[in-house]
Design a protein around this ligand. Structure first.
Ligand code: ATP
Ligand code: MG
Length: 335
């Protein structure tokens, strides 16, 4: 059977990129016949500095956002990573499986570390090993992610293959498949068409947050960077126009139309005309989610209960897999 695992970091408000590239897909997969496990990856979040109070709040807000987007604790396992210590335990073993050379190729590390490599945490460097542990701890077979995480899922496969090979256990860890589908697998920053939209981008104008109100959304879209040309009516007219392509892709993902169909409808329009239509569509898609989030955040105790129950369910799957892993590696387990 297929088992889905995916995680999101509590590093800030969910963006439209996270929603279209990840969480919306999580909900679709829950409604198919697969076992779905979704995690608020708080251990990943602290690879860059997080204020403790802010982290606690962001963790609960992200859980509320998951629920508001339609994740259902009766059909999916929802929990926060640090409540299932097996993630960190398996990650240590993978620190000893993954090779330095593999991690040196990770583009997310290069992007996040920037120029000052000597000063970032060692956790940021081994982040992909913890992500491999997240996935393989459940023997997950499919991982819905945005385009930016493809390289990390590939590294997870390399770790699984090396572990299986080194220890002579050919089928122990499955080779998980990244699931990257749709027209919004890489939503770009509204300020810079070469950068992906991110929760942790210092500029709030670069992204649409699920918690933004209608005015904020309209303003951000109105100010989004574009070129002066009108929209083309065919796809090849988007060549070399990253910002225009991004807005068309967002419109397509929100409306359920193909980008071709969006251009057939809006081709020839100036951005001054297309942007308000996009803003209306965005507000209509997001405002029910943010209203629901606000309601859920009124009962934090209930969110904590859901995360706790999810952690118990997750640990039940994880513990035997971790125990077997320790046995394979040669750890004495005498109690
Ligand atoms: P951070 O800036 O802290 O890394 P983030 O916005 O990149 O935050 P993550 O928690 O790292 O969010 O990623 C959660 C999920 O959202 C992943 O599956 C990731 O691929 C997806 N995702 C992130 N940004 C985008 C984007 N711009 N477009 C599509 N999917 C995205
Ligand atoms: Mg990220």
């Amino acid at each position: 059977t297929r088992r889905i695992f995916s995680g999101v970091q509590p590093t800030g408000n969910l963006t439209l990129g996270n929603y279209l590239g990840a969480v919306k897909r999580f909900v679709e997969m829950q409604d198919q016949d697969w076992q779905t496990i979704y995690c608020v990856v708080d251990l990943h979040a602290i690879t860059v500095w997080q204020d403790p109070e802010q982290l606690r709040r962001a963790t609960r807000e992200l859980a509320a956002a998951f629920l508001a987007c339609g994740l259902d604790p009766a059909r999916s396992i929802l929990f926060n990573q640090s409540q299932v210590p097996q993630h960190a335990q398996l990650a240590w073993i993978f620190n000893c499986v993954a090779r330095l050379g593999w991690l040196n190729r990770m583009t997310q590390f290069k992007d996040k570390a920037g120029k000052d490599r000597e000063r970032v945490s060692t956790g940021l460097y081994v982040y992909p090993n913890l992500m491999a542990a997240d996935i393989l701890l459940y023997h997950a077979t499919h991982v819905p992610v945005g385009e930016d995480q493809k390289q990390h899922v590939e590294l997870t496969r390399d770790i699984a293959a090396k572990f299986n090979n080194d220890y002579g256990v050919p089928d122990f860890f499955p080779m998980p498949e990244p699931v990257i589908e749709g027209t919004a697998t890489r939503v770009m920053s509204l300020r810079d068409g070469t950068k992906k939209m991110s929760k942790s981008d210092p500029s709030d104008m670069s992204r649409i947050n699920l918690t933004d109100d209608a005015d904020a959304i309209s303003q951000k879209i109105r100010k989004a960077r574009t070129d002066p040309e009108p929209l083309p009516s065919e796809m090849d007219g988007l060549e070399g126009r990253a910002e225009a392509r991004n807005l068309v892709n967002i419109y397509a993902a929100l409306s359920g139309l193909s980008p071709e169909a969006v251009l057939a409808e809006h081709g020839g329009k100036a951005f001054s005309e297309f942007k308000p239509a996009l803003a209306d569509l965005t507000v209509a898609s997001i405002s029910p989610i943010s209203a629901k989030m606000r309601e859920l955040m009124g009962d934090v105790a209930e969110i904590d209960r859901i995360l706790g129950r999810g952690a118990d369910q997750a640990a039940e799957i994880a513990e035997p897999i971790l125990a077997k892993t320790y046995e394979i590696v040669g750890m004495v387990r005498s109690r």
